[in-house]
Design a protein around this ligand. Structure first.
Ligand code: NAP
Length: 261
């Protein structure tokens, strides 16, 4: 059993990682700016919650104290992304090194090398910060989460449609699979460095949207939308896919929809 810190352990991926680490018998500390109430879906029984802010550094010493390995599943959007991913990671890793934390695992995104999309560039800066740190680092890049792909379909709701990016294939992955791989890495599985893990299947966004329609029973029509900017072109080019790194025995989108119903 190790003492594992999950930074951003109240978020979408962080909760799954926290639950997986607890289930494997680790002693788990979660750090985030807001601590969930015990009736919140973000709350995992048996976890020590610490209020900490990556950017200001408040609470980080308490969070890393006595920790063997940290898993970073934090996130930020828009302009905050570069602060949290670069500056926040530096704060975290500097404090962790001072407190003798030996290992770190970072959740990142498949196919971001050479990206022009600002959020992906911030993730690359975060990866460099990790790789330059004195800790033994494992970066796990994954493809898009099932939940994220679903949120794209749901964006059409206010227009009475199901939005699906046109000419785009996706290889979505279940958070339970992401969590399994991240906790494996925290336990020292695989060589230090960067690895990529993808969902079990590559499918068109339209086909996934159809599966979502079938599962939810919505009668809204699918609207193909051409995603603009550097993200749209990267996705149409399939740079976010990793078919050669499909997760072993992973839960596909249709099975995930059935399980989540
Ligand atoms: N979405 C995808 O499909 C996908 C695919 C591959 C990789 N990823 C990566 O997965 C990671 C997690 O994404 P997610 O969607 O699970 O995130 P999320 O649900 O938005 O959760 C973010 C977490 O970070 C915490 N956080 C944010 N700012 C913080 C700060 N300044 N100090 C401390 N904690 C902070 C949040 O808690 P508080 O707000 O309370 O602080 C929360 O616990 C991201 O790095 C993302 O790039 C995502």
């Amino acid at each position: 059993m190790s003492r594992v810190l999950v930074v951003g352990g109240t978020g979408l991926a962080g909760r799954a990682v926290t639950a997986e680490a607890v289930a494997r018998g680790h002693q788990v500390v979660v750090a985030a700016r807001r601590i969930p109430d015990d009736d919140s879906p973000a709350y995992v029984d048996g976890v020590a919650y610490v209020t900490a802010d990556l950017v200001t550094g408040a609470g980080l010493e308490e969070a890393v104290d006595g920790v063997d390995v940290l898993i970073d599943a934090s996130n930020a959007g828009g302009r905050r992304a570069s602060h949290v991913f670069a500056h926040g990671s530096r704060n975290l890793l500097h404090t962790a090194a001072r407190y003798g934390v030996g290992h770190a695992v970072l959740l990142s995104i498949a196919g971001i090398d050479g990206a022009r999309y600002p959020y992906y560039r911030s993730k690359l800066a975060q990866e460099r910060t990790y790789l330059d740190s004195p800790l033994e680092v494992r970066i796990v890049r994954t493809t898009q989460f099932h939940d994220f792909v679903t949120s794209v379909f749901e964006r059409g709701r206010r227009f009475g449609t199901v939005t699906a990016p046109s000419s785009t294939r996706v290889q979505p992955i279940a958070l339970t699979d992401v969590a399994r791989v991240l906790v494996d890495a925290a336990e020292g599985s695989g060589e230090p460095g960067t690895r990529t893990v993808g969902g079990p299947r590559v499918e068109s966004a339209r086909s996934l949207a159809r599966q979502w329609k079938d599962a939810t029973g919505t009668r809204r029509p699918i609207l193909s939308v051409r995603l603009g900017g550097p993200l749209g072109s990267a996705w149409r080019a399939g740079r976010h896919l990793a078919p050669e790194h499909a997760v072993d025995g992973g839960t596909g989108y249709a099975a995930w929809l059935t399980e989540s119903a």
